[in-house]
Design a protein around this ligand. Sequence first.
Ligand code: C2E
Ligand code: MG
Ligand code: MG
Ligand code: MG
Length: 284
Amino acid sequence: RAKEMGRNCFSFYTGDMNASAMAKLELEAALSRAIERDELRLFYQPKVDARSGAIIGAEALLRWERGGAGLVAPAQFIPMAENSSLILDIGAWVIDAVCLQLRHWMDAGLPIVRIAVNVAARQFAAGDLDVVVARALERHDVPADCLELELTEGMLISNPQEGTQMLQRLRNLGVKVSLDDFGTGYSSLAYLHQFPIDALKIDQSFVKRIGEVPDGAALVDAVIGLAHRLRLRVVAEGVETSTQRDHLRRQGCDEMQGYHFGRPEPAAALQAQLTAQRGALLGA
Ligand code: C2E
Ligand code: MG
Ligand code: MG
Ligand code: MG
């Protein structure tokens, strides 16, 4: 069918459609079916408490198992989905799937953790994110503070008034909000203090510099200070080495995430880690 469609498109755009544009159309068509074909998967990457090292939650990261052809990374399809309303369906699917997973873990008696979900710009701008979130929480009977939404600065800066109102509605629900990739966008320090958010996630490009270049930690240290001054939690992402871990810990970073602690893996892997952690606590 994809081939058939491809041919139609080709005759339609006679000639000026190259192979990569064709491939893109096919990819788009396939992605639009991914939900109904049950091809979307969530991987979970642990977040640890910087002081105790205990797993306190995870970030849900989307993968697409495209027609049995292996896992497609989000960078390969999220930007494309963001060009259309497809991202709204995908985004809602992710939020619902995370709440369902949280419900399973609560039913299994696992310690309560918080799962972070990435939100796309278009999804935030749509204006009904709070409704989508509330519906999923209610459907699966999950406490709101088990859910954290990761936004980026750009989404708020592009429309600070409406953005602030949406943040307020999300806060009223009880979900947590963090600013992802902090420092890479238009970091409008002027606005930062007036957005009702809970945490800053220091971008991995800054974390990577710790111990690698002279004064590589300068930005990280400054962001930790800034966040705490504004009474925000700080999460460091992309922590890969014990040097980075030790430095972040010394600076008072609150939470850490990165390959040093664990890669994104299917839910079962996180469940096993949480079970082991509970066992260790009970056994002690
Ligand atoms: P992000 O939210 O900043 O997620 C962090 C990315 O860094 C993830 O890539 C993660 O696998 C990777 N990472 C984590 N620890 C390390 C580390 O120690 N070293 C290195 N080099 N990388 C690390 P991933 O899973 O490929 O996701 C890429 C981006 O795709 C995410 O960046 C996020 O912006 C987006 N994304 C993922 N899932 C979703 C989703 O459900 N919805 C939306 N809208 N975007 C998503
Ligand atoms: Mg994120
Ligand atoms: Mg990030
Ligand atoms: Mg990132």
